[in-house]
Design a protein around this ligand. Structure first.
Ligand SMILES: Cc1cc2nc3c(=O)[nH]c(=O)nc-3n(C[C@H](O)[C@H](O)[C@H](O)COP(=O)(O)OP(=O)(O)OC[C@H]3O[C@@H](n4cnc5c(N)ncnc54)[C@H](O)[C@@H]3O)c2cc1C
Ligand code: SF4
Length: 525
């Protein structure tokens, strides 16, 4: 095994890892290695073919799901992580949520723009957020960018008096091709792939991709455990990827500070297989998925919802009262067929009217329940994701389903569907013929494999907090048990961050990067 030396090694190059690499290279003179499991694919590779891109850019080639196979758990596995394949919906961190966490002991993360947390000049959330928004060009899209699918959704909401708003998006120079989730071939989507990571590389950060972090290593120093580095396996570079900076092989990377940013599924899995101390069995517990339920309507005329910017309209009308959002999105045929109801002929017939279909989804801000968790399955060599909707989450999702059906009919649907084979009162399946039938959606049981729910926002599996009996990390993101080991990504949230998480994660990473630079001596940097 060859050995490499660095000051800081960052594991994972997604929303958090990419932002951290840029921030730490801007504010410190440290030698930084950015380690990414997936390939380094760019605009020249993104061919807008759903199958090819899901194989190359997504976790488990797009097949990652809960252990029972019932809920897809989508995530990016490539340089840029989720920000390379996501649809650019940009929500600021929600102050109400962070204040709630502070009430339970979370320190720092001041929302006062004059605050200097930890005594570090102007370290606060508004400043970090402004820097993230600026670099990723978060803005409101123009009226002309609202496609027919989103316009129909807005019309349906308006007819029922439901507040609908324009999303903010992190894009620049978007041509509205509609292929965000297959990677942007125009560098218009401003994920970390085209913003923070190139910034970091320009400042000397060494990016190693196709590189799987096998385990974090520690040693005892006095009474403490201290992280000393990580063992990484580099595999051969896949065709279409940019060249790598290391030859295939296994490496021991020694570092003064190890930062884990592998996302909410892989971060706890890595710590579990590294035998990180976990006396209260907190690692991986409390998984949040933002489970989503798609609603599909058939319009009398063409909608072509797959054309144009995918998501521009949403509704937070029920966010505070019931903890769900309506978000207007649409799929391309591969993903579309998977979330449409029916099998064989029935599914095919529906697909034949693909251009007249329109739809949106309910995204649930699900509770962080202990039984919902990530485990490390050593035999399978991958994480095991265990998740069931809690009873109270199911109640809220049923309400969302009923109102979602009403919105579709108010938006002009001739027929509507939820991807469910469950009989709902007099309806043999979740196929609705008019608005008066919407009430039957409240009978959904969300039986695994009979009703399709999806997810792409895993969070809260390696929680920050103060009490080691309830959390793995302190507010600095340092693990309670091991010095010089920091976790910073979607896993570090104490619970759901309350909306689509990308900008909250990047802001947290910018904040922790600034903090680490301001407290460099704490890590021997
Ligand atoms: C299809 C899709 C659409 C989405 N749309 C939106 C949206 O519009 N708005 C929004 O706010 N959010 C969206 N999200 C969610 C958002 O992209 C994620 O929440 C966010 O990227 C998570 O950031 P992260 O840093 O925690 O992890 P990630 O961005 O997932 O990055 C983790 C990285 O670590 C790498 N990694 C994992 N294990 C290892 C290992 N052992 N060794 C080395 N590297 C490893 C992974 O390959 C990955 O690249 C979407 C997600 C998906 C999948
Ligand atoms: S819709 Fe815009 S941001 Fe998305 S892939 Fe196309 S050009 Fe890029």
């Amino acid at each position: 095994m060859q050995t490499l030396d660095a000051d800081i090694v960052i594991l994972g190059s997604g929303a958090a890892g990419g932002t951290l690499a840029a921030t730490l290279s801007e504010l410190t003179g440290a030698r930084i290695l950015l380690v990414e499991r997936g390939g380094h694919f760019g605009r020249e590779f993104f061919n807008q073919l759903e199958w090819d891109m899901s194989q190359a850019l997504y976790a488990e080639k797009g097949t990652r799901s809960t252990a029972d196979g019932a809920i897809p758990v989508r995530g990016g596995e490539c340089v840029g992580g989720g920000t390379t394949v996501n649809v650019a919906l940009s929500f600021n961190p929600i102050e109400r949520i962070w204040r709630g966490w502070q009430g339970s002991g979370l320190e720092g993360f001041s929302f006062d723009a004059a605050a200097s947390d930890y005594g570090i000049d102007h370290l606060n959330v508004p400043r970090c957020l402004a820097e993230v928004r600026g670099r990723t060009n978060v803005h409101f899209p123009a009226d002309s960018e609202v496609n027919r699918n989103n316009a129909r959704f807005a019309k349906g909401c308006a007819a029922l008096g439901i507040r609908a708003s324009r999303f903010e998006l992190n894009m620049r120079g978007c041509i509205g091709c509609g292929f965000c989730s297959s990677g942007c071939a125009y560098d218009a989507k401003r994920g970390t792939l085209v913003t923070f990571i190139p910034d970091a590389i320009e400042r000397g950060v060494r990016l190693v991709h196709h590189a799987y972090a096998e385990r974090v290593e520690y040693e005892s120093r006095g009474a403490s455990l201290v992280a000393t580095g990580v063992v990484v396996t580099v595999r051969p570079t896949q065709p279409g990827s940019r060249p790598n900076s290391l030859e295939p092989g296994t490496y021991r990377i020694r570092a003064k500070l190890v930062i884990v940013s592998a996302g909410a599924i892989e971060t706890p899995a890595l710590l579990l297989r590294s035998k990180h101390p976990d006396p209260y069995e907190r690692l991986g517990r409390g998984l949040v998925l933002h489970t989503s339920l798609p609603f599909i309507g058939r319009a009398p005329s063409e909608v072509a919802g797959h054309q144009g910017v995918e998501g521009t309209m949403y509704s937070d009308h029920f966010a505070e009262s019931d903890g769900f959002f309506f978000e207007c999105l649409f799929g391309h045929p591969l993903y579309g067929a998977a979330v449409l109801p029916g099998f064989g002929r029935e599914n095919f017939d529906l697909m034949l009217s693909f251009r007249r279909l329109f739809g949106f989804g309910a995204m649930l801000v699900d509770e962080s329940a202990d039984d919902n968790r990530v485990e490390w399955d050593a035999l399978a060599g991958k994480p095991r994701i265990v998740y069931r909707l809690t009873a109270s989450d199911a109640v809220r999702l049923r309400k969302a389903a009923r109102i979602g059906m009403e919105v579709l009919f108010a938006a002009g649907a001739e027929e509507a569907w939820i991807a469910s084979e469950e009989p709902l009162g007099p309806l043999p399946t979740a196929h609705f013929r008019d608005a008066s039938e919407a009430k039957y959606a409240e009978l959904l049981r969300f039986t695994p494999h009979r009703t399709t729910i999806t997810s792409a926002h895993a969070q809260a599996t390696t929680k920050m907090g103060t009490d080691p009996r309830r959390s793995t990390l302190n507010s600095r993101g340092e693990t309670h048990a091991v010095r010089n080991l920091v976790v910073c990504d979607s896993s570090a949230f104490p619970a759901s961050c309350g909306a689509n998480p990308m900008i909250s994660i990047m802001t947290m990473a910018r904040y922790q990067g600034r903090r680490i630079a301001g407290e460099a001596a704490r890590y021997g940097l």
